[in-house]
Design a protein around this ligand. Structure first.
Ligand SMILES: [Zn+2]
Length: 379
């Protein structure tokens, strides 16, 4: 089992600006924890520093006009009506280097895909990627360029069948949009229900179109969905569909804003629940390209993605965070000194409501989507 970790120190230079929930520090913090656990020097892994994706690669999904506008804004030039492109104060501010940082994330995810496609590694993790909301001609939800789409395109260019599994708390709308009419890319997204959370989509009725009908799968979840409720629903939906589809590669978006302490969402997973889901994805994937995603409580991001990287390398990690990391990262850890969370059960009626909602959604998917996969003779 060979693996590759894609990481760049260049992200230190970039900043969405004070008060923005997406903190670039989370990437350095995550790498520091992986390093402290000895996960960056395993004999079977290598650490790869990516280059920014060049313009022709970005144009695989994004319009030339939008790329030009983003590049100009990034360089500090005045852009007329930036809101036409989703840019401006709010979710997607214009900051110095926003183009370079976004192109770098794309370069990292595409590199991960190419390493896996070429058979050089079996699993690659580009945790600066997973910016799943970006659209061809506009930024959305803190995402300017859609590295996940470009990574999938790189795999498709090699003729590989791709299953995209997105466990971020938000719907993976940009990726769904890119492959909505394609039967060669199965997208599965689990997320907080769209009538409660950005981006307002991701209902079970969104199933794909034309030849792609049945190849977009959405499992919306109620606020306060905990580990048990989540894993039961995930298990009912993802494994049967992934097996029926028989992908060559799984691309996984591993957002950790599903965590119970995340300030932007209302799901209630723990690092354990997240890691269980990741372990399931790792076991389902013949080959794996893993990406990062959301995560706005920094102490969770480092722990969750380090746990995920441990799973991808089949390395069991000690419960206690390495002391060097704890002292260096004290400001972000808010007293947390263990990889896993302490159990904090929710009140039973809250759990019951979330479970009932999840079971309804699963039943709807079994009724609407599952028969389309049986009809293909895939199972
Ligand atoms: Zn998210």
């Amino acid at each position: 089992m060979k693996t590759a970790l894609v990481h760049s120190e260049a992200y230190r230079r970039f900043d969405y600006g004070p008060g923005h929930p997406l903190r670039m520090e989370r990437l350095g913090l995550t790498y520091a924890l992986m390093e402290a656990y000895g996960l960056t020097t395993l004999p079977t892994t290598r650490v790869i520093a990516p280059e920014p994706a060049p313009d022709p690669v970005l144009r695989g999904f994004h319009t030339a006009e939008y790329l030009e506008v983003l590049r100009a804004a990034s360089a500090g030039h005045e852009v007329p009506m930036p809101y036409r492109y989703g840019l401006g104060p709010g979710d997607n501010p214009i900051w110095p280097g926003v183009y370079e940082a976004s192109a770098l994330a794309c370069g990292g995810s595409v590199r991960a895909a190419e390493l896996v496609a070429a058979g050089e590694v079996d699993r690659a993790f580009a945790f600066a990627g997973g910016l799943h909301h970006a659209l061809p001609d506009r930024a959305s939800g803190f995402c300017y360029l859609n590295d996940a789409v470009l990574a999938i395109q790189a795999l498709r260019a090699r003729g590989l069948r791709v299953c995209y599994v997105d466990i971020d708390a938000h719907h993976g709308d940009g990726v769904q949009f890119a492959f909505y009419d394609s039967p060669d890319v199965l997208t599965i997204s689990t997320h907080e229900r769209g009538d409660r959370l950005f981006p307002g989509t991701g209902f079970v009725e969104e199933m794909g179109t034309g030849a792609g009908r049945g190849y977009a799968v959405n499992l919306p979840l109620h606020p306060h969905t905990d580990d048990q409720v989540y894993l039961e629903a995930f298990e009912a939906v993802a494994p049967p569909l992934v097996r029926a589809f028989r992908p060559d590669v799984v691309v996984a978006q591993l957002g950790i804003d599903s965590h119970r302490t995340d300030p932007l969402t209302h799901l209630a997973l723990s690092v354990e629940g997240f890691a269980e889901a990741v372990g399931r994805i790792v076991r389902l994937a013949p080959r794996l390209v893993a990406l990062g995603g959301g995560g706005y409580d920094l102490s969770n991001v480092a722990r969750a993605w380090t746990a995920a990287w441990g799973l991808m390398n089949a390395v069991e990690l000690p419960e206690r965070l390495p002391a060097t990391f704890v002292s260096a990262a004290a400001a972000h850890l808010r007293g947390r000194v263990t990889l896993w969370d302490r159990p904090e059960p929710l009140p039973e009626p809250v759990v019951r409501t979330a479970r009932e909602y999840a079971r309804q959604q699963v039943a709807e998917l079994e009724r609407r989507v599952f028969p389309l996969h049986r009809a293909t003779g895939a199972r």
